[in-house]
Design a protein around this ligand. Sequence first.
Ligand SMILES: [Zn+2]
Ligand SMILES: [Zn+2]
Length: 161
Amino acid sequence: MKKSPTQKCSCKICTSGRTGKASRKQTGGKWITPTKRNAVLFLDKRCCQLCGRDEVDLKAAKERGLSLDHITCHSHGGCNEVHNLIVVCVRCNTKRGARTLSQWVKLLRNDEALRKELGINRKEVDRFNRRATKRMKSGFTTKDLKEKGHYKKAKDFLAKK
Ligand SMILES: [Zn+2]
Ligand SMILES: [Zn+2]
């Protein structure tokens, strides 16, 4: 797969020209460093932002329980910056597939069976939508993640294992 070094995110922040850098130093198919990944997990309190499932077991959270989801998918030009990332569990992530955020939210609002399967109600769908939209608009970057101390927490966590 070819990757474009100047890939632009189609989120509001990137299209307004403030950031939009795809993350550098992507090696071996890894698009995010373990520290940054864990820092985002700390930011979202290691909790699926859609269904609320959390992994108190940090090892499980790291290995399989929770995943980072691109709010705007890569295939739609989403960047790897923090403002385009949100923690969701693997189950929710898999169900979403390649849908855009609005397609996904619309489906969740209309499909009661799917909501039941994920164990969520319409209120939680709206809350997720608000969180994702807020994250995207926030322009949150790796620098903010560092300033808020999440990087340090992630580093300590990785050093401890
Ligand atoms: Zn972006
Ligand atoms: Zn979930």
